[in-house]
Write a protein that binds this ligand. Structure first.
Ligand code: NAI
Length: 310
């Protein structure tokens, strides 16, 4: 039994890509707080090639040595069968599933002009399709069994762009769209979904994992992820940046925009009003796409009753 306020006694968590780096840190922290953890990791190279049971096995041993409970799974998230088996491992070993942190990741960085289809497919398969493959069986299970917590791993590259990462950025922002929709569809079943864009010293960014003395150690991302995994946390549909012990929300909002009357809604009108159209004043975040349409209607109707430049 843990005596921590945010404990996970009796709960079961799956962390994908938990053989090293940020995923390992999440798995260790969840286990330290009493969760029974499925440590999934294919154990491949940074580019996704190869496979080795050593990484996930070592993390399970580390958890057990600290008095925790964990089981290893070596399936790839990049196939539907792999995703099913990862979720099945939790149910077979522990009989339930409360939280999933979809974290597994690879890189195939190339400038867009040099990108090959194989680099696109490999990255979409692990990050985007791989998250679907794990969360589809997990969501169905949680929907039928009292809910759960889903944390998806996005990236600053997806949110803001990064040279040489078109494949990765597109996959990672795709996960924000998936997360927003899971939050909407999961709400009535007490399933929450959130996304975290981590920043940490790992083999992806620095060649190897930063140790505890490193200000950007992977473990400095985990407090936010583990808090989102807790049943007491009802936050859903939100994205956060976490790294170096700094935690901040990131979101997609609309500016007030320019809503001219009928006559001015022309190419010339747009060209003359870029300052208004591009302004970030306002900052409305619609809860879903339908309510963006409502906002647009309300904005148009209020403009219709105002002077032409409103
Ligand atoms: P890492 O390379 O240390 O760990 C990723 C793990 O995922 C590896 O152990 C790898 O074997 C595993 N993996 C890869 N493909 C897999 C598959 N098909 N099935 C199962 N496991 C697989 O990388 P890191 O830095 O810990 O990254 C973790 C997540 O955070 C990734 O999704 C990454 O894109 C994301 N991220 C990391 C950032 C950073 O600053 N380190 C920045 C932004 C996002």
């Amino acid at each position: 039994m843990t005596d921590l306020q945010m404990g996970f006694d009796g709960e079961v968590a799956v962390v994908t890509g938990a053989g090293q780096g940020i995923g390992r840190a999440h798995a260790l922290e969840l286990a330290r707080r009493g969760a029974q953890v499925v440590v999934n990791d294919l154990g491949g190279a940074v580019d996704g090639t190869g496979g080795d049971a050593a990484a996930a096995t070592a993390v399970v041993r580390e958890i057990e040595a600290a008095g925790g409970v964990a089981v290893a799974n070596f399936d790839s998230v990049a196939t539907a069968e792999g995703g099913e088996r990862i979720v099945r491992t939790a149910l077979d070993a522990f009989g339930r599933l409360d939280a999933v942190v979809s974290n597994a990741g690879i890189l195939r960085d190339k400038s867009f002009a040099k990108l090959e289809v194989g680099d696109l497919d490999a990255v979409l398969d692990v990050h985007l399709r791989g998250t679907f493959f794990v969360l589809m069986p997990a969501f169905r299970h949680m929907r039928a069994n009292g809910g759960g917590r889903l944390v998806l791993t996005t990236s600053a590259s997806g949110l803001y762009g990064n040279f040489g990462q078109s494949n990765y950025a597109a996959a990672k922002l795709g996960l924000v769209g998936l997360m927003r929709t899971l939050a909407i569809e999961g709400a009535r079943y007490d399933i929450t979904a959130n996304a975290v864009a981590p920043i940490a010293s790992t083999r992806l960014t620095r060649g190897s994992d930063g140790d505890d003395s490193d200000p950007m150690a992977p473990g400095r991302v985990s407090p936010l992820v583990v808090a989102l995994c807790h049943r007491s946390c009802a936050i859903s549909g939100e994205a956060f940046v976490a790294g170096g012990g700094v935690f901040a929300r990131t979101w997609t909002a609309l500016g007030d925009g320019w809503a001219p009357g009928e006559g001015e809604s022309t190419v010339e009108g747009v060209a003359a009003h870029w300052d208004r159209i591009r302004s970030t004043d306002g900052g409305y975040e619609p809860p879903d796409a339908m309510q963006l349409a409502d906002w647009l209607t309300a904005r148009r109707e209020s403009a219709a009753g105002s002077p032409p430049n409103a």
